[in-house]
Design a protein around this ligand. Structure first.
Ligand code: PMV
Length: 316
């Protein structure tokens, strides 16, 4: 058995979140951090996740005593694990231990990284080789437990990384990065509520389909323009597109006063543009800086608001 460590990355959605649930494209960038996992022989499938301090068997519904400390409810974790186990012909007799490097509920694809890492750990333990797209397909079954109606962008990015355009049901389209992007990721400290915000957009779509489709058409145009701007290294244009994308997200009531304050502070500190990233309703925002020094200033401005922030370079 291969007892090595497997990995899966988180992601930031640069453009097009929510529209992607309705078949529109989204542009995302993989993060170097995410989840690490190992597998060892066991009497039956088991999953332990640190630093959450939880350990579950598949589809186990009973809460463990330490469940209160877990950011993801233990029963949900057990069901998500069960969804992955069900994808194997015989339940793998392996104990998967995952170390999470990203917070969950931040809009950074933590749960997708977790799901992809579990599939990879099982596969490594069983000696199975699979394409990234197939790993992502299995992990998506777990994401459905976490997120309700996920587009699949998180699991696709967790499996493949890089910078890519994603459209539901289609293979990732890698994007060449003309000039490395200095991104600042800031956490609002409010839990992201992807499941709730996706449901809220669905209600808005049911009530005013024309209006919401028009907003998504606008987001699609932004994604197409952003792809070209990334390829051509046009950072100013990319920043403007982030501002535009944020305005559209605001019309769908996906931002919060805190995220708005953070975006405003980032631009004031020199960012070329800023927007929420992921599900919204809390979670994280991203800002594009012109260079590494400016990124540090933007990060400092977010920290001055009392928010956690980090800088990441997207080089494709
Ligand atoms: O909050 P996250 O990182 O799970 O991102 C959600 C992205 C959405 O487009 C809002 C939903 C989805 O499934 O694509």
């Amino acid at each position: 058995m291969n007892a090595g460590v497997v990995r899966a990355g988180g992601k930031v959605i640069l453009f097009g979140e929510h529209g992607v649930v309705y078949g529109r494209p989204a542009l995302a960038a993989g993060l170097a951090t995410g989840a690490r996992a190992t597998a060892e022989p066991a009497a039956g499938p088991r999953l332990s996740v640190e630093p959450w301090g939880v350990s579950v068997e598949p589809v186990e519904r009973e809460l463990h005593s330490d469940a209160g400390k877990a950011p993801v409810p233990t029963a949900q974790l057990a069901q998500a694990f069960g969804a992955i186990v069900a994808a194997y012909e015989r339940a793998p007799l392996l104990h998967v231990r995952v170390a999470m490097e990203l917070p969950s509920g931040a809009g950074l694809g933590g749960s997708a990284a977790l799901s992809v890492a579990i599939v990879r750990a099982f596969d490594a333990g069983l000696g199975i080789a699979r394409m990234d797209s197939e790993v992502a397909r299995i992990a998506l079954e777990a994401e459905r437990v976490f997120h309700g109606n996920p587009s699949g962008v998180d699991t696709a990015m967790a499996a493949a990384g890089g910078v890519a355009v994603y459209r539901k049901g289609q293979p990732l389209e890698p994007v060449r990065v003309g000039r490395p992007l200095q991104l600042v990721v800031g956490h609002s400290g409010e839990p992201g509520m992807t499941k709730e915000t996706v449901a809220s957009v669905a209600r808005q779509h049911a009530q005013r389909p024309d209006k919401v489709d028009q907003i998504f058409a606008g987001m699609e145009a932004i994604v197409n323009n952003a792809k070209r701007a990334i390829e051509d290294g046009e950072l100013d244009k990319l920043g403007q597109l982030m501002e535009l994308n944020q305005k559209l997200l605001v019309t769908l009531v996906l931002s919060t006063p805190r995220l708005e304050d953070m975006c405003t502070a980032a631009v004031k500190a020199g960012a070329l543009g800023a927007k929420l990233t992921g599900g919204g309703g809390g979670g994280c925002m991203i800002a594009l800086a012109s260079d590494a020094a400016s990124a540090e200033q933007v990060k400092a401005a977010l920290e001055a608001l009392g928010r956690a922030a980090f800088v990441t370079e997207v080089a494709g």
